[in-house]
Design a protein around this ligand. Structure first.
Ligand code: NAD
Ligand code: ISE
Length: 340
């Protein structure tokens, strides 16, 4: 069976996912698209033999759309996700699920009323081979109970429009999701520290930031977010347990000897770093749609949790105080129950 997909939002990552669904994943085809930038939508649609429709609602309702992918700007996600849930169609929504906790709860309510899971959120790190192996090692008990996690999320540079809050909402949000999943634990408090600012950041931007988290089980996590580190895109994660530690591997790269040096290149962007993860994410999601089963990836509850935790980070960024998170104490039975 070919899964026919409608895509809402044909910007940067929308085009990436359309390429992926057309040329990489087998058994999927993009049949309809919408973007408020009509010219862009038409150009992208023409490139894959799809139709550009006049609204997101028409993409959701189209008879030749079995499932929906949302890759528009974050503040528009909730509206499109709710439309897909109302139509009873599976929907993959790029992060964030919604930009307010209130909108995430509306989605949870609508999906719960529908009775089966329809929504998957685009936290692709859960599909990265290194993180999957790290989870397998933790669950095997080989390093004992996890005690501390050290992380770094570094970008070479960011555009001038990037704000201090985005370090929490756009950047750290990936660690928040992957660490909740990796540790099978819930984040209970956060704090943001402001180290000396790099001279390479614009005046308005606090860069780097150090984010501290504590989980329900008492695991302590430190995360350095440094988005003007200059040297490349670098993701680090090391989990220290009672009996040993497990560290994320660096991406495979050849070593080059020349000009008196032995060197290894550092990747420059997240697209290259997580390309395989994105492919696996869509392969597994499309397989669940084709089989008519519930998605197994990040749920609306995970999208809600990420928004609640990033909101707490933003509060701490401004106050400097530790912020407790009580809203996530109990996970609804619909999403697996009992909290992590
Ligand atoms: P972008 O600005 O390149 O594209 C967004 C597109 O949405 C634009 O073409 C814009 O015209 C369109 N749009 C705006 N309002 C719309 C509406 N109401 N209906 C339909 N289309 C609308 O942005 P991007 O970098 O492609 O990011 C899109 C989303 O993907 C964001 O939520 C972002 O956080 C997420 N993202 C995820 C990752 C990841 O690593 N998983 C990486 C980058 C971006
Ligand atoms: C960007 O928005 C992403 O989602 C990338 O995955 C992330 O690594 C980057 O830091 C963000 O700015």
């Amino acid at each position: 069976m070919t899964v026919r997909i409608g895509v809402i939002g044909t910007g940067m990552i929308g085009q990436e996912h359309i390429r992926r669904l057309t040329h990489v994943i087998t058994g999927t085809r993009v049949t309809a698209v919408f973007d408020i930038d009509t010219a862009r939508a038409e150009e992208v649609a023409a490139s894959v033999g799809a139709r550009a429709l006049p609204s997101g609602g028409e993409v959701v309702d189209a008879a030749d759309v079995d499932a929906v992918v949302i890759t528009s700007w974050g503040p528009t996600h909730a509206e499109h996700v709710l439309a897909a849930v109302a139509a009873g169609k599976p929907v993959f929504c790029e992060k964030p699920l919604a930009t307010t906790a209130e909108d995430c709860l509306k989605i949870i309510e609508a999906e719960t009323a529908h009775g089966t899971r329809l929504v998957q959120v685009g936290f692709m790190r859960r599909y990265d081979a290194g993180y999957r192996e790290m989870k397998r090692v933790i669950e095997s008990g080989a390093i004992g109970a996890p005690l501390i996690v050290h992380c770094a999320h570094r970008n070479a540079s960011v555009p001038d429009s990037y704000t201090s809050e985005m370090a929490c909402q756009d950047t750290a949000v990936h660690e928040i999701d992957v660490l909740r999943w990796l540790l099978d634990d819930e984040i209970r408090s956060v704090q943001v520290l402001r180290p000396r600012r790099t001279r390479n950041a614009r005046e308005h931007l606090q860069d780097p930031q150090i984010m501290l988290f504590e989980t329900a089980e008492g695991v302590r996590i430190d995360l350095e977010v440094f988005v003007n580190c200059r040297y490349g895109y670098d993701i680090q994660c090391e989990t220290v347990g009672e009996e040993g530690l497990v560290r994320l591997p660096d991406p495979a790269a050849v070593s080059v000897r020349g000009a008196g040096r032995n060197s290894t290149a550092v990747l420059q962007d997240w697209q290259g770093r997580f390309e395989n993860a994105f492919d696996t994410e869509f392969r597994e999601w499309a397989a669940s749609v084709a089989a008519g089963t519930e998605p197994t990836g990040p749920s609306s509850w995970d999208g809600y949790a990420a928004t609640v935790i990033t909101d707490a980070l933003v509060t701490s960024l401004h106050s400097g105080e530790t912020v407790r998170i009580d809203a996530l104490a109990t996970r609804p039975a619909f999403y697996g129950g009992a909290g992590r």
